[in-house]
Design a protein around this ligand. Structure first.
Ligand code: ZN
Length: 133
C-alpha cells in the first residue's frame, strides 16, 4: 500500500528517504513528491567521462515534480531521484538529484512494489544499475 510522508524543514535528500526506507523495511518502491527545497545539487551524466557533473542551486525552489525509486544495493536501501524545481521567475531546472535541503516541507508518496529490485555497480556505465528484479 502507498504511504504518504511529510519531510520537515531542514531534512536532507537523499538521507531522509534512505532512513524512511530502512525504518519501514522498504526494499523496492516508487517515489513521488511535491513541496519545496532551499539548497539543491543536481547531476548531469556525462557520457564520455561516465561521471556526473554537478551544479548547485541556492534559494527557495518549488519542487514541481520529484520522481524516483527505492531499490536495494548491498543489502541496504538505495534511492534514485530526479526532479524539476521551479524558480521565482517560473523557470525550471531539473535533473538527477544529488542532494537537497527541504524548505518548508516535502510531501512524498512511497508506493512499495511486489518485487525486490537489486542494484550493483556497472563498470562499463559507471552507474549502479538494476540487474535483478
Ligand atoms: Zn538519475
Amino acid at each position: 500500500m502507498p504511504k504518504l510522508y511529510c519531510l520537515k524543514r531542514g531534512s536532507k535528500l537523499p538521507e531522509e528517504l534512505l532512513a524512511i526506507a530502512a525504518e519501514d523495511g522498504i526494499k523496492t518502491a516508487a517515489l513521488a513528491g511535491v513541496g519545496g527545497v532551499e539548497e539543491l545539487t543536481l547531476g548531469y551524466y556525462n557520457r564520455e567521462s561516465k561521471k556526473y557533473e554537478e551544479k548547485r542551486f541556492d534559494g527557495f525552489m518549488e519542487v514541481t515534480s520529484l520522481l524516483g525509486n527505492v531499490t536495494t544495493k548491498d543489502e541496504a536501501p538505495f534511492v534514485h531521484i530526479h526532479g524539476n524545481f521551479g524558480r521565482r521567475d517560473y523557470g525550471v531546472v531539473g535533473g538527477h538529484v544529488v542532494s537537497a535541503k527541504v524548505f518548508p516541507l516535502l510531501e512524498v508518496t512511497v508506493t512499495p512494489t511486489e518485487n525486490t529490485a537489486v542494484r550493483k555497480f556497472d563498470e562499463e556505465l559507471g552507474l549502479s544499475t538494476i540487474f535483478k528484479f
